[in-house]
Structures are given as C-alpha cells and as structure tokens.
Ligand binder design. Structure first.
Ligand code: GLY
Length: 561
C-alpha cells in the first residue's frame, strides 16, 4: 500500500485494535510512556525494588527499541528528578555542536541560508547525549545494577517484539519505490529482506549488539571503543563532522531546576539549554494574575489570555535564551519573577489581540519527534524525562553496523545570524551555532509538588508546541482541578509570537469562539492534534497514583502496579 490513504487506514486500524490505557490507577507506582511495552519494562524495575530513576532509565532504553521515531540512543534530552526527600535536580543530556561547527555552516557564499541544510543533512547531527545522561542519572540516583536496566531493551531488540501499526505505517513510507534513503529503506526489513508485517516479531540485531556494549561498559560503551570508532568512521565516509574526540568529550551536566509556583503548588522544570522551564513559569505567573472565577475554560476570554501569555513568553525566549555555558547573563530571575508577570498581565488588552513585531523576536513551529515518560514510585520519588531526535526518525541516517538513528538536532540552533523573519525564522545571538554549544530546546519535563510531595509529573513532544501543551495541562490540573486524563485530552492552543497566529486543535473550539477571537484581531489556524502528553498524579490522602497516556499515541500506556 503506497498512498496517504493507506497511512490513514493503518492509523485508524491501530486505534481500533490497540489496547488504550487512557487512564490507570495504582497503589505502588506508575510509568506513563508512548509505548505500553516500554512502560511495562519500567514497572518491572519498580517491582524488582528499583526506584523511579531505574524505571525511567529502563523505559528510555526500551523506547529506543520500540519507538525509534523518537526513543533513542542517538539523540538527547533532559531529566527532572524529585527525590523522596523533596530535593529536585535535573540532568541535561542535550546534544552538542561538534568541535568543528561554525555559525555560518548552513549559509552559502553570500550569507543566505541553504534551504534544509540545518535539518536535512549529515551536518544536522549533534553529538548525542542520551547514553551519557542515563548513565549519569544511574550513577548518582539509581538503585539497581546498570546492566539490569539495559538488559530488557537488549532482549526486545534481539528477540523482537510485535511490530505495531504505527511502525508499519512508517515502514510503508520509508520503503516505497524511489525512496533514496538506503538506511531507512533497510531499517524495517526482516532477515529475508521483506518489510516487517504487523504483529511479526521485529528484531534489531545490530541495535542489540550496540546496547550490549553499553550494558557492559556503561557510558564508555558508546563514547569510546568500538561504537565511537564506528560512528567516527561512518561520519568521515559520509561527509559528517563528528569525530572520536567529540564523543570522548561529551558529558551530561547536572543543573539546578527552574522553580516557580502557582497558588499552593511548587513547579519544577528544565532550565536552559531548554527554554521549557523559564517559559512555563513565566506563563503560569501571568495566569496567576487573572481571576478564574470569572473566566470559563474554553471561553473567548480564556483563549485570548492564554494566547497573549504565550506570545509574550515566546518573544522573551527568542530574545534571551540559549546554552547557559555560553550565555552567562540570561535574565532568568527577572523572567520568572511574579513582579515581571504582574507588569506583563497589566499590559494585556482583554478586548484586542496584540501584534507580534517581527523586528524583534519569535520562533518557528516544528514537528514532533520527541517523546516523554513520567514515573512515580512508592517511596515518593518522581522522574520526568523528555528526549528527542528532533524530527520524526531524526536525521533518518545511521550506520547499518550500529542499528540506531542519529538526531538532526543542529536544526534547533538559529541558523542564519541576525535574520529574524515574520515566518518565525530567528537569528538572535544566544542560540547561534558554536563548537560544543547546546542548541536551545523547548522540552519541558515538569514535576509539580504540594507540601514537598510530588503531585503531578508531566511532559510532551511537539517541538515549540511542547511548552504550551505542558503549560495548559498543568494549568488545567492546578486551576480547573481536572483529572489528569481530562487535562491531557482537553483543548490545546499554541501561539509562539511569530508567526503571529493561534493554532487550535480541530473540533475542540466552538465556531462562535473562533469567530469572536478573529473579531479581536487574532489569526486562527486549525491543527489536527497538539502534543502527546504522558502524565501521572498522586493523591496523598487516598495514596493512589492516576496515570494517563495521550490518546494521540495509540501504542502508549500508563502502567501501574
Ligand atoms: N527538538 C525539540 C526540542 O528540543 O525542542
């Protein structure tokens, strides 16, 4: 089957035949991720006496096998960890620009951006961070032996797992006649050379071998020795610029979280190089200024206020945020302060849309090939982990010998210095390419606590939309007291300053409200679905975990025990 129609057919069959875990209750612990087999893998670690960190690591390795569009060892991401003692920390394993990267590497000889070069070329690959990040999390906070956490992923890759309909839809896309990408064409084929069929066990022997080295040698199993040598060899042969030195130098970094509050709740999220935490807290602070006794969920006023909060926070994101190791004076305290939110709130006209000024700042919407997992354990530990390949299946490149896909994360840097356009291309200085710099992210792994106890663990994929979908879900739970599954499924909108428009989810906004918003000066654009949120809440009175997996991910699951 070759047509778009066939993809639709696959997806609709998937929705009918795959078990949905829309919402799950449990007493002892919970894992929510975009693949229920991987969530079960995480829960099996909890059952063996592991903590939330162990479960998150095992789930992440498993997703590298079951969800290769976003789960990965060739990309990067972030962990927010709340320890049972109430302390919160984060681990930054964002990809880095290679040592030989330059801020004009995507420009032609007259300084114009070579279309697509920052996303669709071997030079779009950043130095991967995932293995270093998971290893660091384990060294500092894990309980079970490292090998036990990697082994289930090795077994899933070696012995295979039932090929699902989402993978089959991707396989159909990548194996069409005329496809020039040999790596992706072979990726979904079995040993006979045929495309793997739904429910057939999909085996990935090369990936299993790579994971085995990681199991036995830890971080060095990826960044040194055989794997590093093969990566460097493959890069050189294909015009890439990542070397053995780049890999050897890569380190994950533990950083202090961004901390904010909303009424009685404390909010912890990711600091730069993700913009997620700063922008989330900025928007929550602004919303705290309004009176929600008078503003109904989904009303014109509500959507207008949310969009105006987003417009302002995304403008600040573009102006100020980048890798903290290269931008030493980012005004984070100011952006996340209540005073700043008060001034921002007072400047909003509740009857008219503001105008995003393209001579200043903004960001472009991009697709989702990121994935999020949330974990809570019986001892009160919580992990919020988001990691990514950037686009779906990242760069769509990899060494056949190693069996995993590389990211195309260099596309998250501002590619053309100094050029900011109304279409959302940004050229501001904090996020320009430089050797060893981390590109600005929107990933927003978040933990909300009350009285020092984790209350909500949440996150999402979705490029720039991540911050806004997490923001609205957190807001739905904290302000409107929605159950986590309802909060995940409720209307999401997205505004990112530039382009100056509100994107809204199909069927979830009434035509009257849309018309009223247009009359206020907003440009409205319908969109199929925003985000794929994986969330868990904990009720400290009933001592019950409630988990939910976004229905946009038919293979996802919140699994507890
Ligand atoms: N690649 C998506 C992000 O990091 O925001």
């Amino acid at each position: 089957m070759h047509s778009k129609l066939s993809h639709l057919l696959f997806l609709s069959i998937a929705i009918i035949t795959t078990q949905l875990y829309a919402q799950t209750y449990a007493k002892n612990g919970m894992v929510a991720s975009s693949n229920s087999l991987s969530s079960k893998t995480g829960v099996s670690m909890l059952k063996k006496g592991g903590n939330a960190v162990d479960a998150a690591i095992a789930t992440a390795f498993s997703l590298a096998v079951t969800l290769p569009s976003a789960g990965n060892i060739g990309g990067g991401g972030f962990i927010v960890f709340m320890n049972a003692d109430g302390n919160v920390t984060t681990i930054d394993f964002r990809e880095k620009a290679p040592l030989s990267a330059t801020n004009d590497m995507y420009l032609d000889t007259v300084g114009n951006l070579i279309p697509g070069s920052n996303h669709n070329s071997i030079k779009a690959i950043g130095v991967p961070g995932t293995v270093a990040g998971l290893y660091k999390a384990h060294q500092k906070y894990g309980k079970l032996p490292w090998a036990n956490l990697v082994q289930p992923a090795i077994d899933q890759a070696k012995n295979g797992f039932p090929f699902n309909w989402s993978l089959f839809a991707a396989a159909d896309r990548f194996t069409q006649e005329g496809n020039e990408n040999a790596f992706m064409d072979n990726y979904f084929r079995n040993t006979e050379g045929n495309v793997v069929q739904p429910d057939e066990l999909w085996k990935q022997p090369q990936l299993a071998a790579t994971l085995t080295l990681i199991r036995d040698k830890g971080k060095d199993g990826f960044y040194k020795g055989e794997v590093a040598k093969k990566i460097a060899k493959w890069m050189k042969a294909n015009g890439g610029i990542i070397t053995k030195r780049d890999l050897k130098k890569y380190e994950a970094i533990e950083r202090k979280p961004i901390q904010g509050s909303y009424k009685d709740f404390d909010i912890y999220s990711m600091p730069p190089p993700s913009s997620g935490g700063v922008v989330l807290v900025e928007m929550m602070n602004l919303m705290e200024q309004a009176n929600f006794e008078e503003i109904e969920f989904n009303s014109t006023e509500y959507v207008h206020l949310v969009a105006e909060a987003m417009r302002r926070a995304f403008s600040d994101r573009a102006e100020h945020l980048g890798d903290p190791d290269f931008n030493l004076n980012m005004p984070i305290d100011k952006l996340t302060s209540k005073e700043f939110a008060k001034k921002r709130f007072e400047a909003i006209d509740m009857t008219r849309a503001s105008i995003s000024d393209s001579t200043k700042f903004g960001q472009l919407y991009d697709g989702d090939s990121t994935t999020h997992l949330s974990v809570m354990d019986k001892d009160g530990n919580a992990v919020s982990l988001t990691y990514t390949l950037e686009f779906s299946y990242g760069s769509k490149m990899g060494s056949p010998e190693l069996g995993f896909i590389f990211n195309n994360e260099m596309g998250d840097f501002n590619a053309q210095p100094g050029i900011t356009k109304t279409n959302g291309q940004i050229g501001t200085a904090p996020n320009l390419v430089a050797p060893e710099k981390r590109m600005l992210s929107s990933m927003t792994p978040t933990i909300v606590s009350k009285n020092g106890v984790p209350y909500l663990v949440i996150g999402s994929p979705g490029g720039r939309t991540i911050i806004n979908t997490v923001f609205q879900t957190v807001f739905n739970v904290l302000e409107y007291d929605m159950r986590v599954d309802k909060a995940i499924e409720a209307l999401k909108i997205h505004h990112q300053w530039l382009p100056d428009r509100i994107i809204y989810e199909q069927h979830l906004l009434s035509p009257d409200t849309r018309n009223a918003l247009e009359a206020m000066g907003h440009t409205m654009k319908e969109y199929g679905n925003l985000g794929a949120l994986m969330g868990i809440t904990y009720d400290p009175i009933k001592k019950v975990f409630t988990g939910a997996s976004d229905s946009s991910r038919p293979d996802g699951g919140a699994v507890g025990y």
